[in-house]
Design a protein around this ligand. Structure first.
Ligand SMILES: [Zn+2]
Length: 573
């Protein structure tokens, strides 16, 4: 039986009851960064140049040159990796020079926590050039089941978070320019603004895990739901896999955006590479893009794309939503995991609700044992919490979806809650509680949800979910009604597209793969004016510096969510 493990990071919200959750002792957050924004008013004082040739790619070595002109005079300053987990990455041949080419002294430190830093003696130097090489093949055996690479450079691609390869001048949060010199046939896929020969963005909270994809890609950009979706698929994948990846992402992106009432993103970048030596590459995910190593098109690929994209709306800063405590993890992760199975099923890519069936089988196994508990648990992260918030949480979200469809005659669903929640709390406007979700669920469904929440979310009553065709799982309405009282309406099943309609889309997309193109297709998914207002706030933050630091300091706590999913059967792909 195949086991899949995917790690997805969600920034937690400030709360006196919340602690950062670290999967390993090495986790630390050395630098607090504000949200990214790009200001054309400021001069660009930081330039990264990544220069790859074929032999350095073959050797896994990433040569980087940094040009930096601090805006303040100082006798010394420090460069270091940012964001945590970057310590094991090996940085070789670090040298630093002034503008005349004279070498400057520096002190290398490696803390007990393994955090590395290079403190450079400035001696009234106004700008410096730093050279170093990153050996980008660090394999962490403790990440998930079987381990994962933390960034990877191979003969035909590089996939990394920006924080793995670009050292950060401490205290600097302005704009940077990234330039890529690449072997013939390689292109870059990054979620930053194209500017001249390179890309411009700013050092912000998204920077460490910002996707950097370089390689022999088939890259396609289309305008969907008001965003430019760029999908870079490595050339090693078959044309069939490439076509299906493209078709699925282009179908799922506007669906997910619509689920939350519209996309707040100017652009989103999705990068797909083959697994190096059969291993995953982990942690490359932010609000505006993600990258993953996969075997090809299938449930794992669909899960990976959907899970990260849903977190753009319900978790990741700055576009997501903030919850008041760990108690709401069932909503953040459970509902995300539910959609990861529901959407491929609705689109006809899966015969049934797939992994939800495994979660139900698991639940039947641990119900009533010490492993069971309320999905709203506030316990520190553990396998038990993983089971409750993710697995059992997805079953509860399925029940909620089914209940709303029933009480509204199929006119509304869990999507109604998502849309209302995002309208109210999206782009980190305030912090919601499970009570807030309950109130919105009651309003959306027109049904008093207090008993439902009391029994299944705050309590440990047996979930009324059973194995049933055609979707694989169904609500046991008799049990639910004996639990919470009479429920109006009749059961409404999740509608599913036929396989033949999916094939049509795939064939159409296949024809698009011959070259990169940009379509200005207008989306049918409009945003509400209120959401548009939020977008403006999110993309052009103008907070005073002290506010940025205060808020960023509070928001930087990172939770690691380890999701172990048992894959039950062969993929349809
Ligand atoms: Zn997640």
């Amino acid at each position: 039986m195949l086991f899949l493990v995917i790690l997805v990071l969600i920034p937690l919200t400030p709360s006196p009851n919340v602690n950062g959750i670290a999967p390993r002792n090495q986790l630390h957050v050395p630098t607090v960064l504000p949200e990214s924004h790009v200001s054309s008013q400021q001069p660009i004082r930081l330039i990264y140049r990544l220069s790859l040739n074929q032999s350095s790619a073959d050797a896994g070595l990433v040569p980087v040159t940094i040009s930096f002109a601090p805006s303040y005079s100082s006798t010394s300053f420090t460069m270091s990796p940012v964001g945590g987990w970057y310590d094991p990455i090996e940085v070789r041949d670090f040298t630093v020079m002034d503008s005349k080419g004279a070498e400057l002294r520096f002190q290398y430190r490696r803390e007990a926590s393994n955090q590395q830093s290079w403190t450079i003696t400035m001696n009234e130097v106004s700008n410096i050039t730093v050279h170093y090489t990153v050996y980008l093949r660090y394999f962490d055996p403790k990440t998930g089941a079987g381990g994962a690479y933390l960034g990877y450079l191979g003969s035909t691609f590089l996939l990394s978070g920006a924080g793995w390869i670009f050292l950060h001048p401490e205290g600097y949060s302005g704009s940077f320019e990234a330039l890529f010199d690449l072997p013939p046939g390689w292109t870059a896929a990054v979620p930053w603004n194209r500017a001249g020969a390179g890309y411009v963005w700013s050092i912000g909270s998204d920077f460490p895990r910002s996707v950097v994809g370089l390689g022999t890609f088939r890259t396609t950009t289309v305008s969907l739901a008001g965003s430019n979706l760029t999908v870079a698929v490595h050339s090693a994948f078959s044309s069939s896999d490439s076509a299906q990846i493209l078709a699925f992402t282009q179908k799922a992106f506007p669906y997910v955006a619509d689920l939350f009432g519209g996309s707040p993103l100017p652009s989103y970048v999705s990068v797909w590479v083959p697994k190096p030596n059969g291993n995953r590459i982990d942690f490359i995910e932010t609000y505006n893009g993600a990258g993953e190593a996969i075997d090809g098109f299938g449930m794992n690929m669909m899960y990976s794309f959907l899970h990260r994209l849903v977190h753009t709306f319900n978790g990741f800063q700055p576009t997501g939503m903030g919850s008041q405590s760990d108690s709401e993890r069932w909503f953040v992760e459970g509902c995300d995991v539910y959609y990861d199975s529901k959407i491929p099923y609705m689109f006809g890519y899966q015969h049934d609700l797939n992994w939800l069936i495994d979660y139900l089988r698991d639940y039947d196994g641990y119900y009533g044992t010490q492993s069971d508990g309320a999905v709203s648990t506030t316990e520190p992260f553990s396998d038990r919490v993983l089971t409750l918030a993710y697995g059992k949480g997805s079953l509860v979200c399925f029940m909620l979806d089914s209940l709303i469809m029933r009480t509204t005659g199929g006119m509304r669903s869990l999507a109604g809650i998502m849309r209302r929640m995002y309208h109210q709390y999206g782009n980190y406007h305030g912090y919601y509680s499970t009570n807030d979700i309950q109130q919105i669920a009651s309003e959306v469904s027109g049904f008093d949800m207090s008993k439902f929440f009391k029994l299944y979310i705050w309590g440990t009553s047996k979930l009324p979910v059973v194995f049933s065709m055609p979707s694989g799982v169904d609500v046991d309405w008799n049990q639910m009604q004996s639990d919470i009282g009479s429920i109006p309406g009749q059961p409404v099943t999740i509608s599913q597209e036929t396989t033949s309609s999916r094939t049509e889309v795939t064939r159409e997309q296949s024809a698009m793969l011959s070259s990169t193109y940009v379509s200005q297709t207008q989306s049918s998914f409009g945003s509400t004016s209120a959401v548009s207002t939020s977008v403006t706030k999110a993309t052009t933050p103008s907070l005073p510096f002290i506010d940025i630091v205060t808020i960023a300091g509070a928001l930087v706590i990172v939770a690691i969510s380890l999701l172990i999913i048992r894959k039950r059967k062969a993929k349809r792909a």
